[in-house]
Design a protein around this ligand. Structure first.
Ligand code: HEC
Length: 152
């Protein structure tokens, strides 16, 4: 029995060490632009969204340890793919308006930031005031752009 325990422990330890060798991409590509928003909105996005939706990801210590590192890297990769505030300039105005509308919807429905992100990042929890600021930003952006295209 004792032998079995020692053997299992050794196998698990080796497996754990082995998976650390799998390369994980943890890059922050250059930031191309800042989102056009007030300081207040920017700071909300920064604390609640930027780790997965920008090129300014803060990689925590546990993002260096497999298998957690795989999950974190996947979130960042998929998050940036869906919406990247650091490359906001690449979106057409129409896409920007859509992206903000969608962002507000995910916040309103409590989908974003993801629930599992909150315990290790308590400052990402959005207060009623934070939510209102995001909603107003999304709406004013849409109406300003509508106005602008009507002027053209
Ligand atoms: C822990 C990483 C993480 C954080 C933090 C995060 N997101 Fe996401 N987000 C994702 C991932 C991964 C996806 C793509 C998969 C999915 O939809 O769940 C996504 C998808 C989205 C989408 C696309 C629509 C959708 O539901 O598929 C929007 C919009 C979005 N996020 C907005 C936000 C906003 C706004 C914040 C901050 C309030 C935020 N996210 C915070 C990881 C994150």
């Amino acid at each position: 029995m004792k032998r079995f325990v020692v053997l299992s422990f050794t196998v698990l330890t080796l497996a754990f060490l082995g998976i650390q060798l799998v390369p994980v991409e943890r890059k922050n590509p250059p930031v191309e632009t800042e989102v056009p928003a007030s300081e207040e909105v920017r700071s909300i996005l920064r604390r609640a969204c930027y780790d997965c939706h920008s090129n300014e990801t803060r990689w925590p210590w546990y993002s260096r340890i497999a298998p957690v590192s795989w999950l974190v890297a996947r979130d960042v990769h998929e998050g940036r793919e869906e919406l990247n505030f650091s490359t906001w300039n690449r979106l057409s105005t129409k896409k920007q308006v859509e992206a903000l509308h969608e962002s507000w919807e995910t916040v309103e429905e409590g989908e974003m930031p993801p629930w599992y992100y909150l315990p290790p990042h308590p400052d990402a929890r959005l207060s009623a005031r934070d939510r209102t600021a995001l909603r107003d930003w999304s709406r004013s952006y849409a109406s300003r752009e509508k106005q602008r295209s009507a002027d053209d």
